[in-house]
Design a protein around this ligand. Structure first.
Ligand SMILES: [Zn+2]
Length: 490
């Protein structure tokens, strides 16, 4: 099987090839059991398409507008060494014979970050114990997912951290169908070059062709194609000839695997403390928003299990500056805004909410964007800002309870629960309001947002009041707080 030629991608219309998706008008939709596999698949397929097409912005615009013929695909494919995408080779560098090999069940690859030791490491999906078998086609996306998400500590002493650090948030541009989505997330080589500071001698060989060496992996030496599939482990899968149903894609296969083997790479990327402190630098990963701090660049991650993506949406599409940090949108979002945007697109925010080596939640949210994302940013920011304003008001109103003299933990518990409810409910409200982003002007959108989100904050506040109506001190404090929610919004 070759990933650039053969049908290994699970869709609602059966297994298809990358060429099928890019060159036909069928409405293929990915079909995998877990969001994280879908998310990894979108990134992996766009990265594969980047390697085959190597388009300039102008060429990419043409593919998006007019599509791509089978002949164009074959011609592009004939110009690259497709042997590196054979299934016994792709993203599998070979460890030395002397290396100590660790192994684990494929279950640990589904989120790509799961930790062996911690109790909630497998808590990501409800029936994790049922995910024990992968078909040989799905080993590639599992391997890719691991490398894009893994943080060293997840595997203890046998762990290494991938090029973008552990559990990073991913943002992708989502089109009207799978073909358009993949093309929107193809990296244009001229745009990449303009935005990155690669050295002239940067290597573009794949790491399973030319493995990394040394203690420090300098970002400026890692070319685009090399970095898109950057490794941190020698990985192999134990393939058995046995007929079974794959727990990742649901297809029956006669080549299955239950176990993967790993040997870690010993050097450090700039995504780690060691790499950062020694000046390895941040590799500009196209799908990862980043946080620029005084001591270096970090991938944006979600650490709080009650976190919801709407709160950070402005940062992911426009960026956000504060005193000490600057959040920069992922390159792929910049590319869309600056060079491609002339059609309708959505932004997909995905990833895991990780705490140490454990997964405490996951994110897979789709937001409508105005068709001219470069001009109409205000429509989005105003919606998000009104949500954050209402959140702040609710917080101040609830703070009145702390004046009563009750146990602080007890009061914090009441407040936190109410705040979490607001943040969670606001997620759907914001997504809903943004559906009208092209039909309504900024002022009207803002008005809708303020009214829905303010009603939500008031409803949550009222339910707290109702619950404590017989606790006179708390009730009185809440009455004092109430006016804050009713103050006019400016
Ligand atoms: Zn499968």
């Amino acid at each position: 099987m070759n990933l650039l030629k053969d049908p290994f991608i699970s869709t609602t219309l059966g297994k298809v090839s990358l060429k099928d998706i890019l060159t036909s008008d069928e409405d293929y939709q990915l079909q995998y059991f877990f969001d994280e596999t879908q998310l990894a698949m979108l990134q992996m397929l766009s990265s594969l398409a980047t390697v085959v097409l190597k388009p300039t912005i102008l060429e990419l615009k043409g593919y998006i507008a007019k599509g791509l013929t089978a002949e164009q695909y074959d011609l592009a494919l004939s110009k690259i060494e497709s042997k590196w995408f054979e299934d016994d080779c792709f993203m599998r560098s070979k460890a030395s014979n002397k290396a100590k090999v660790a192994d684990g069940p494929i279950t640990k690859l589904v989120s790509g970050i799961e930790c062996g030791g911690s109790p909630n490491a497998l808590g990501l999906f409800s029936d994790s114990e049922n995910v024990t078998i992968a078909c040989s086609d799905c080993t590639h996306v599992l391997n890719y997912n691991l490398h894009m998400n893994i943080k060293g500590e997840c595997f203890g002493p046998t762990g290494a951290t991938g090029i973008r650090g552990g559990g990073a948030i991913t943002t992708l541009v989502s089109g009207s169908n799978l073909k358009e989505t993949l093309l929107f997330n193809v990296v244009a080589i001229d745009f990449y070059q303009k935005n990155t500071a690669l050295s002239d001698s940067a290597d573009s060989k794949f790491m399973w062709d030319l493995p990394l060496d040394g203690d420090l992996y300098q970002a400026q030496n890692i070319g685009l194609e090399r970095g898109l599939f950057a490794l941190a482990y020698h990985i192999d899968f134990v393939i058995e000839d046995q007929i079974a149903e794959c727990h990742i894609c649901g297809h029956e296969s006669n080549k299955i695997t239950k176990t993967f083997k790993r040997v870690k790479y010993s050097g450090a990327y700039g995504s780690t403390k060691k790499g950062r402190d020694n000046g390895a630098g941040w590799w500009l990963h196209p799908y990862t928003p980043r946080n620029e701090k005084e001591d270096g660049t970090y991938a944006v991650c979600a650490r709080d299990q009650n976190w919801q993506s709407w709160q950070e949406l402005t940062a992911y599409i426009i960026g956000k500056e504060t005193d000490k940090t600057a959040v920069k949108p992922a390159l792929i979002i910049n590319q869309f805004q600056n060079a491609l945007s002339n059609g309708k697109a959505n932004v997909l925010v995905g990833g895991n909410i990780a705490d140490q080596g454990s997964i405490t939640g996951r994110v897979y949210d789709l937001y409508s964007m105005p068709s001219s994302l470069s001009k109409n940013n205000a429509r989005i920011t105003q919606v998000i800002d009104s949500g954050l304003d209402q959140k702040e008001k609710l917080s101040i109103a609830l703070n009145k309870m702390f004046g009563v003299g009750y146990d602080k933990n007890f009061v914090s518990g009441i407040k936190n629960q109410a705040m979490q409810r607001f943040t969670t409910n606001a997620q759907q409200i914001v997504q809903q309001i943004l559906l009208d982003v092209d039909r309504k002007e900024a002022a009207e959108l803002r008005k809708d947002a303020v009214s829905s989100l303010s009603n939500e904050a008031k409803a949550i506040f009222k339910s707290v009041q109702r619950k404590y109506q017989h606790d006179l001190p708390l009730f009185k404090a809440l009455v004092k707080g109430e006016f804050i929610l009713y103050k006019a919004d400016n």
